[in-house]
Write a new protein. Sequence first.
Length: 395
Amino acid sequence: MAIRQRTWIHNGKPGSAWVVDYRDQHGKRHIKTFKLKKDALAFDAQTHVEVSGRIHVADADTITVAAAGKHWLASCDAAGLERSTVNQYRQHLDLHIVPFIGTKRLNEISVPMVRGFMDALQDNGRSAAMLRAVRVSLGSLLSDAQERGLVVRNAVKDIGRSKGKAASAARHEQPVQVGVDLPTREEVRAILSAASGKPRIFIMTAILTGMRASELRGLRWADLDFHKNEVTIRQRADAYQEIGSPKSVKGRRTIPLPGDLVFALKAWKDECPKGDLDLVFPTGTGAIEYHANIVKRWFHPPQIEAGVTVKTDKVDKRGEPVLAPKYSGLHALRHFYASWCINRPEDGGLGLPPKVVQDRMGHSSIQVTLDVYSHLFPKGDDGSQMDRAASALLG
């Protein structure tokens, strides 16, 4: 490698630049020009390390973020990721990444640039949740590019090595709250009292098993064991009305069923529409029920009937505020089941330890369970138990 200064005179004015002349690990010659000597020296030092490690990627050998994104999506398809996941990645790429940094070459993606990109997304109205999702997708894109030899460093991972900011953000995230994110026991009783038929059995199953909406939509009668009073999750129905594997390896699990639920399901089986898919909660023709139909036709009406509502900004013909269901999504019922498992028996719950709650919920790791529900677990001794133990120890 060599660094030299290049000088010239243009329109009677002198000019200069610093040139780094080097060969990469494949013996190919490259020349890169800098305005300042310090930048040339820094590039020369870094390039020497990369060439020695046979990982250097010259500017001429890299591609744009947009082009790398196409390779990344193709890899996701080839890896057999679910169509909904790939489509979500495609939306991140088309709507958030490409419009802002799509024309940038991969070698230009540095930590400061990624931080600036995230700031730009926030300034343009992206939510905190969307910022996190897009950042993960960009990191995955850069990892794919690294494996293809198109870029040396993954700037997103470099940011991720600084845990302070992430920990600070996590501390300010609002934990799930009873009566806000999940219904109270009184609200659950009221909703079940107002529901009837298939909607009531569905809601009852959701609150007493904690199954995901997709798992409930894909639940088969063959997955229910009425002799052992348990259900085994083996499949789910995705957003495209297709049956597939559970969300993760931990998603394959067995959940015990309370006797009241077993009795209700047995009665429902005689009325349930028959179909080739053998579904427990199908359409009238036995097909997979749409998620939106379940929410709007099964979950929302009982809430309205039971008075589990909130006021909206809209008014009716009499000028009265229009009421809406308090809980818009089915995940509120899954949260309720988790809280029921966590609460102590004297509080009307099961009092299960975190690891068992993780297994029941089908979380990929215990950390997921604790991140969402740690504040609901008993905080331990109030002092009296410690006093008694200390007295016994000290005689």
